[in-house]
Design a binder for this molecule. Structure first.
Ligand code: SF4
Length: 299
């Protein structure tokens, strides 16, 4: 049986092989200036019984041996904790082999939740939260209307960790544009250092038509970062990280694939970035190598 689902379904690349179950629909915030997701969807929290029916349908379709589930849409933690816990318990009843259940969440929502509620969700089987940090820079967080300060990002991140969840934080390279790249990298590293999440995942800004940041580019308010600036920004970010996180460039928008476990792989990662930057400084025409694949990646 095919279930109605808004297309495309949004989920992290690391959840590509997870069964997608929606507890909510759309984004309750929906104001970030760079974001083109969920624009045609009116936000709703789905009734628990309706989510359970979707779980029944997923079991009928995929069988009982599902190992990974991603709960959509953009911030499942807005659901009442007792309702989300009921959904999680039902999931584990239907799929006995589950190893991982993850969800997107906003740092500000995590921060608002009681620690005991977050612990209950963890005990009910919520193993990992994917949270969009984007930047740790106060000015840029306000500029992109992320709706959270660096302090709130830190508080939300630490609370998720204290509850026992794995934490995956997303950084948006290029969101400082050409002018505020360095402050973006330095302040993002500061916030990441204060949280020390399990995963740091970088993406690169791709301004989509219809988003406010796309209009700001056309109006001359925002100058996108050049590839060279993006490479230097990545280097500055990694150089200033003092964490034990897994650093991943697991997104098609990135100029380079830079991955490693920090702090051990940091020297290797810094050396790789320095080498690339030195190479393009010597032969600027090599920038094309980085430009072209990205053009294809943005299709
Ligand atoms: S980035 Fe996330 S929180 Fe911001 S509008 Fe998009 S879906 Fe909502």
């Amino acid at each position: 049986m095919m279930l109605p689902y808004d297309m495309p379904p949004y989920r992290p690349p690391s959840e590509a092989y997870s069964v997608l179950i929606r507890a909510t629909r759309g984004c309750p915030w929906n104001r970030c200036t760079f974001c083109g997701m969920y624009k045609d969807e009116r936000f709703e929290i789905k009734p628990v019984e309706s989510v359970k029916k979707d779980i029944d349908a997923a079991r009928a379709f995929y069988g009982p041996n599902v190992k990974r589930v991603f709960i959509g849409d953009s911030n499942s933690l807005v659901m009442k904790p007792e309702d989300l816990a009921e959904v999680l318990r039902y999931l584990y009843e239907q799929f006995h082999a589950i190893e991982r259940v993850t969800s997107y969440a906003r740092a500000k929502t995590i921060r608002r939740r009681k620690l005991e509620d977050l612990k209950t969700l963890r005990e009910a089987g919520l193993t990992r939260l994917h949270v969009g940090l984007e930047t740790g820079d106060r000015e840029l967080l306000a500029f992109i209307k992320k709706g959270a300060t660096p302090e709130q990002m830190i508080e939300g991140g630490r609370k998720a960790l204290e509850a026992g969840c794995e934490l995956s934080l997303y950084v948006l390279l290029g969101i400082g544009g050409e002018d505020r790249s360095t402050q973006h990298a330095l302040h993002t590293a500061e916030v990441l250092n204060a949280i020390d999440p399990h995963f740091i995942r970088v993406r690169t800004l791709v301004p989509y038509p219809g988003t406010p940041i796309f209009d700001q580019i056309n109006e001359g308010i925002f100058t996108p970062a050049s590839p060279k600036t993006l490479l230097k920004e990545t280097l500055t970010l990694v150089e200033n990280l003092n964490v034990r996180s897994e650093f991943l460039s697991d997104h098609i928008s990135n100029l380079v694939d830079l991955n490693g476990k920090l702090p051990g792989d940091k020297p290797k990662m810094v050396a790789a970035m320095r080498e690339i930057i030195a190479e393009i400084e010597e032969k600027p025409e090599l920038l094309e190598t980085y430009f072209k694949p990205r053009d294809y990646r943005c299709l």
